[in-house]
Design a binder for this molecule. Structure first.
Ligand code: ADP
Ligand code: ASP
Ligand code: MG
Length: 635
């Protein structure tokens, strides 16, 4: 007999008939000898309807009152589903988040779960009842007990957290698609179903726009090793398993806010190649990385951002042994990128930096917590370390710094994030990828001995080797891009900027510093660009304009009409040519890339918003992810 947590999303409980169908499935599962907790969402588009009502009354409704309003949606479903179960003769009881004892932070509309009381749940389960719990809600423990919600899509998080707290055998997420597909089937009907995906990959996909799972649900599954499966509530098909390695024992107290950083990593075996002032037009990145991949050069980080005068800088890192080859390719291609009328211009200048190191913090707990990256930048600034390149993923922030400052940077980060060197997986033992970790394999494999024995602390590896380098493609149409021109290039620049954003609770996604440096008034300056949620765009801009004057920064530019398209796959590590294929697909369709950012297992490109869906479709096709069947998502 298993203890199972099942979660049913809005469409799955969208009508009386659907609720009855869910009750039947729950009943069958119990009759097969299992105990069940069922977490439900609000019916259909109820939550959207409630948000609309609120907006008709106030353009900026009070967050506490929003939680009071939105939490009612789930309360309707729990009562109706419980009645449906009782009609089938199945003992059942409904409970709100408060009644269960889902204790959260006192942060309305985006509360994180602190802990879950299990005694009431267990008592009812032991009495043979199915407990039907309202998803997406909890109660703050501080001060007066207030109803909180976890953020849109948060019922997945409620379900996985309950599964972790009850140490359930597994958690099933029932939804309107047959599982996790290579991309959103509403945008690409030929998307294919996956049998399994690693938590690391899913974490990236979910955060990059694949709303089939709430990223925080994946984070909890990963941290607590909750077996998780996404299935259709219309069929009995097996769905997609989200796999994770057995994690180390973790306390169930401060469930979602425990230590955000698990590891500090570094790699001194890196070199950087930058091409400055390349034309801002489709095909440039494709050409460069196409040639690089033909020369079998594997690149690690890639960044590109557009600058004043509409030219781009593209920079990438490679391991030192292949630097010469990479540099030769860049130098060979540079003349072709210069304007024909003025071939001697300073366009497409190649810049090589030998003595660099990549320093990273890693941990699933940093998702949606802007303060974590800011703390990394502050720590480096306080240690007098200047940041040359920043690369971010959902679970990792990497900074390229001067190799001579690497030890200082690592020591400062270990103490700031309370990471003891030697706490886990010290040194090359097991290697970053040695334990079968496709997600990290390139780092250990390519970095060679020098890099390998210097990786002091490694996150446990979670991935199994995978055949296709790209597993999924995601589109996020809800981002905006901010650029700040001419920030003084000295330690503390990123710390100041991202510290300010974190204070305003604004999460930053891609961050890109320009490679070119301009001396203005005797001060070397760089541009910096980053993406935030569209809803935060205007606020962030206003706030930054205010401080820009004071701090001597240049113009602040906001562009909300952007789309971010990303590919994710643990298998892309150590595989030359993946980035080139993505850029080539975009170039072939005349889609200009405005920004590029990569981490080990993802590549994201920012393109114009109106080209977002097309970009997603052509990239999906380019990687051969399209299947022969077409998906029709139920209405
Ligand atoms: P629920 O109400 O069940 O929580 P959601 O609407 O939150 O359902 O999530 C399911 C939707 O996620 C699907 O209908 C699909 O449009 C979308 N989606 C986006 N990316 C993916 C993907 N890679 N695989 C499956 N579904 C996806
Ligand atoms: N009903 C909430 C929403 O629509 C929570 C959820 O469905 O996961 O966002
Ligand atoms: Mg959902």
């Amino acid at each position: 007999m298993a203890l199972i947590v099942q979660k049913y999303g809005g469409t799955s409980v969208g009508s009386v008939e659907r609720i009855q169908a869910v009750a039947q499935r729950v009943y069958n599962t119990v009759k097969a000898g299992n105990s069940l907790v069922v977490v439900v969402s609000a019916m259909g588009k109820t939550t959207d309807g409630l948000v609309k009502l609120a907006n008709e009354i106030s353009p900026n409704p009070n967050r506490r009152e929003m939680d009071m309003l939105l939490s009612t949606g789930e309360q309707v479903t729990i009562a109706l589903l419980t009645m449906a179960l009782q009609e089938l003769g199945q003992p059942a009881i409904s409970m709100t988040g408060t009644q269960v004892g889902i204790v959260t932070e006192a942060e309305h509309s985006r509360a994180r779960i602190l802990h879950i009381e299990t005694s009431r749940l267990t008592r009812h389960i032991n009495a043979g009842k199915v407990v039907v719990v309202a998803g997406f809600q909890g109660t703050s423990s501080a001060g007066e007990m207030e109803i909180t919600t976890l953020g849109r899509g948060g019922s997945d998080t409620s379900a996985v957290a309950i599964a972790a707290a009850l140490r359930a055998n597994f958690c099933e997420i029932y939804t309107d698609v047959p599982g996790i597909l290579t991309t959103d089937p509403r945008l690409v009907a030929e998307a294919q179903l996956m049998d399994a995906i690693t938590c690391d990959e899913m974490l990236e996909l979910a955060s990059l726009g694949a709303k089939v799972l709430h990223p925080r649900a994946v984070e909890i599954a990963r941290n607590y090793g909750v077996p998780l499966v996404v299935r259709s509530s219309w069929t009995d098909a097996p769905g997609t398993w989200v796999t994770s390695a057995k994690p180390q024992g973790r306390s169930l107290i401060n469930l979602e806010i425990a230590r955000p950083v698990d590891a500090v990593e570094f790699d001194t075996n890196q070199a950087k190649v930058a091409l400055l002032r390349v034309p801002d037009k489709p095909g440039v990145a494709a050409r460069l990385f196409g040639e690089i991949s033909r020369q079998k050069v594997d690149v690690d980080l890639i960044i590109q951002s557009v600058h004043e005068g509409n030219s781009n800088d593209i920079a990438f890192t490679v391991t030192t042994p292949i630097l010469k080859r990479a540099e030769a390719v860049a130098a060979a291609i540079a003349p072709a990128l210069r304007s024909q009328s003025n071939p001697k211009s300073n366009e497409a200048e190649v810049m090589v930096e030998h003595n660099i190191a990549k320093v990273s913090i890693a941990g699933a707990g940093m998702i949606g917590r802007p303060g974590v990256a800011a703390k990394m930048f502050t720590t480096l600034a306080e240690a007098g370390v200047n940041i040359q390149m920043i690369s971010t993923s959902e679970v990792k922030v990497s900074c390229v710094v001067d190799a001579a400052q690497c030890d200082r940077a690592v020591n400062a980060l270990c103490s700031a994030f309370e990471i003891e060197a030697g706490e886990q997986g010290v040194g090359g033992a097991g290697g970053a990828g040695g334990a079968g970790g496709a997600g990290e394999a390139g780092e250990a494999g390519e970095a060679g001995e020098a890099g390998k024995d210097k990786l002091i602390l490694l996150t446990p590896s979670l991935c199994t080797p995978l055949s296709s380098p790209v597993r999924g493609v995601a589109l996020d149409l809800n981002q905006a891009r901010l650029a700040i021109r001419q920030l003084p290039d000295r330690p503390g620049m990123a710390a100041k900027l991202f510290g300010l954003l974190a204070q305003h609770n604004i999460s930053v996604d891609m961050i890109i510093q320009s490679q070119r440096c301009r001396v203005i008034d005797g001060v070397p300056r760089r541009d910096i660009a980053f993406t935030v949620s569209q809803i935060d765009g205007e606020n962030a801009k206003e706030m930054l304009i205010q401080v820009a004057a004071e701090l001597g920064w240049g113009e602040v530019v906001l562009d909300s009409a952007i789309a971010k398209v990303s590919i994710v796959g643990a298998g892309m590590v150590g595989q030359p040519g993946v980035a080139a294929k993505m850029f080539e697909a975009l170039a072939q369709h005349q889609i200009n890339i405005q920004m590029i950012a990569t981490s080990e297992i993802k590549i994201s490109c920012v393109v114009a918003q109106e080209q977002g869906i097309k970009a997603l479709q052509v990239i999906h096709a380019a990687f051969g992810l399209a299947g022969s069947e077409k998906f029709v998502v139920p209405a």
